[in-house]
Design a protein around this ligand. Structure first.
Ligand SMILES: [Zn+2]
Ligand SMILES: [Zn+2]
Length: 314
């Protein structure tokens, strides 16, 4: 029998802390602060380059739009290389990342959402990850949600935790050999912490602050500063409404750098079958805009904002 308190518990988690993850997060953030005392311009450029490679090419291009949503097709070499880039972001294995993300879309902002934003900003940003998994339901979920990943030998190989950690250690050794300790501080620790937070803002800030082009049943909103930090992922209302569409930008001013990467690779024939917004999207957006204008005219701007951020159904 389920007690009333259990209705707010995600069946994925055991309810106990994961001390390994808690320790890792503390250590990483301390090392990221320490990086500030080891600044060199070379190390900073190394950080910028690896930020683009692991966050844009790895997470947003590969893990998110290609593998989780299949919003375009990529040449196997592009998929294989960018999957390494995403693995180097150290955000869990490919299988875990894709599985969590698909679950987030299927049950956005409900108790089954791994980072349910209704439980508060910090829960959706970070603390959801500090819980230990219920191993049985977690294993079942991974098998069910991301079987397609494990059917590809290269992605299955990269999805081994030992390979993911080994790749990070190898990168650290290469950076140490090229640029010394400052490159490790900036290229590994500062970069990992920075990419973590920019990715996490997509789960937290865009489910809290922003505007909408489309009416939706969840909290996802379009947030310009998250879009800038996370290579276009901040246009989250657009994305939640049309999750399998490749571009997240709908209005012309919504800058989507990941989509520019997709278009560039498509120009060279390395990416094909890019899914676009359906024609009905424009009508839907116009309807939403009109409803907001009507509300503003009749009840003032606050009512229109309320519609744009209307309390979605549970
Ligand atoms: Zn979301
Ligand atoms: Zn998504």
């Amino acid at each position: 029998m389920t007690s009333p308190t259990q209705t707010h518990k995600n069946p994925l988690f055991s309810g106990k802390p994961d001390y390994f993850i808690v320790g890792w997060m503390l250590f990483l953030h301390l090392m990221a602060v320490a990086a500030l005392f080891h600044f060199t311009w070379g190390a900073f450029l190394c950080f910028l380059a690896l930020h683009f490679v692991t966050s844009c090419l790895g997470i947003t291009f590969c893990f998110h739009r290609l593998l989780s949503h299949k919003s375009f097709k990529a040449h196997p070499l592009v998929e294989g290389i960018t999957a390494i880039c995403g693995t180097l972001a150290l955000q869990g294995t490919i299988q875990e990342w894709v599985s969590h993300h698909r679950l987030h879309h299927r049950s956005s902002d409900t108790d089954r959402d791994p980072h349910n934003a209704r439980r508060g900003f910090w829960y959706s940003h970070l603390t959801w990850m500090l819980q230990a998994h219920d191993q049985e339901s977690y294993r079942q979920l991974l098998d069910k949600n991301a079987r397609d990943i494990m059917n590809k030998p290269w992605l299955a190989f990269l999805s081994r935790p030992s390979v993911m950690i080994g790749a990070q250690v190898l990168l650290g050794m290469i950076l140490l050999a090229i640029g010394g300790a400052s490159w490790v501080y900036w290229g590994i620790f500062f970069r990992l912490a920075f990419v973590y937070h920019t990715t996490w803002f997509v789960n937290s800030a865009t489910h809290k602050w922003g505007y909408r082009n489309f009416e939706a049943d969840d909290l996802a909103s379009n947030n310009w500063w998250v879009a800038l930090l996370a290579w276009g992922e901040g246009w989250h209302n657009n994305h939640h409404r049309f999750p399998n569409v490749c571009p997240t930008r709908f209005r012309w001013w919504e800058l989507d750098i990941t989509y520019l990467v997709v278009k560039t690779l498509a120009f060279f024939g390395l990416v094909t079958d890019i899914r676009q917004f359906p024609e009905s999207a424009s009508q839907e957006a116009s309807k939403h805009k009109f409803a907001k204008q009507q509300l503003a005219a009749n009840y003032g701007p606050t009512a229109a904002i309320q519609l744009s951020r209307s309390a979605p159904k549970l």
